[in-house]
Design a protein around this ligand. Sequence first.
Ligand code: IDP
Ligand code: MG
Length: 149
Amino acid sequence: MERTLIIIKPDAMQRGLAGEIIRRFEARGLRIVGMKFMQISRELAEKHYAEHVGKDFYESLLAYITSAPVIVMVLEGNEAIEAARGTIGKTNPIVAAPGTIRGDLGMETGRNLVHGSDKPESAEREVSLFFAPGELLSWQRDTERWIFE
Ligand code: IDP
Ligand code: MG
């Protein structure tokens, strides 16, 4: 089973959309194995978004992600990374498909509501930035066999 790191970003928290966003991942069938409410420090944001250093949006991205509390989650499932990215939608909400979180709820790339890891190496790195191993719970839902064949 694959794991992915999800962040419900400050704009989603400010807009009261956390429940709506969690609902979509849960309904999809992804299993929550970790969750915390926190405000991301500048230092942690720099580590998380290290791949974007030097880009023109880098400083505004750090200001955005540290601007208010967030909910950080680890979701698990077969192909969890691709499944979550599909549920999230394209980076720019204007071109994200209707039915996706960004396509249904967002209007701008700089206010795109949610983060999801983009590949297995990123997911491993990001999960370990935000969670200690003991904070992740392995558990089975009674519905498991109705979600995964
Ligand atoms: P992703 O979140 O869909 O993986 P990335 O390209 O990894 O997108 O960019 C990380 C985050 O940086 C985006 O989710 C968005 O918040 C922000 N971002 C990316 N490109 C731009 C831009 O052109 N303007 C403003 N913010 C941007
Ligand atoms: Mg990315």
